[in-house]
Design a protein around this ligand. Sequence first.
Ligand code: NCD
Length: 319
Amino acid sequence: MDRHVISAEQFDRKRIEMLCEHASTIRVNVQRQKTHYMGDLTGKFIIPLFYEPSTRTRMSFQIAAHLCGMTIPAGTENAREFSSAVKGETLEDTIGVLGGYHPDVIVLRHHEEGAAMRAVQALKDHGLDTAIINAGDGKGEHPTQALLDVYTISEEFEHQIDGLHVVFGGDLKYGRTVHSLTRVLAKFDRVSMSFVAPEELQIGEDIRQLLDQREISYTMETNPQKVLGEADVVYWTRVQKERMDPKLYDEIEREGTYHIGVAEVQKMKTSARILHPLPRVKEIDTKIDQDPRAAYFRQAQNGLYVRMALLRELLSISA
Ligand code: NCD
């Protein structure tokens, strides 16, 4: 098994299913008794190193580490301002230094695609054995989000992912969660996908090639109304304002096409589920939050259990 978590591609179906099972056991135990896993990873520690804003990913990793008995002796939620990056230090040097303090895991979020891979290389160059977990690298990937997404789908659909139709909507070009989730879902059988986005924000050639290779059927649309009624899973995303030309962002916002509200939900199957990695801005109306199909808060909560399962797996403790 890989020591590091860089891409969702690293997870085969068997490993995903084992992690999901492990996360379910953890969920039951944590809900019953918060201290159940305390002590299991005692003596191990984690450094969260975040160069981009984060609420869920950072906090759920920190809480997951804590509930597994790990410590979080140091870290930063704003390395872009409060680390030596400001002085011009490279990511490679920062990782080389932090790795030397013997953390078991560095959870890294960075604004540049490929940053997590660069961090792995820096550790190798320094002969260090810390594990890197990619918590989002620019518009690249967000593999642990994909794990909690697939766990949520599995839980919401009674462990039956094969054959589902998943509609991805919003910003499919810069939204890294979609890049990772498509890679994970492509490991299941007869899954089909629709990509709904303005042309400028459509899913990239790399993902389309991968789906072609795996013989996964997919369509691309600009109009959400065409596909919402067919979806089992509607995976909606935020337009990634920070990664694009402000003019394009304003234009897309003004049109308001990529918005899920009461009318859109009425078109969906009663068995459908709406997922969103969060944070949402205006693309999902709060009026639908109480609809049983809205699964995004359950999804965010699942992040805790899945990250506990992942930390335990990486540091070699089974369920
Ligand atoms: C996502 C991210 O950072 O890519 N957030 C998250 O981790 N749940 C999605 C986003 O920021 O739009």
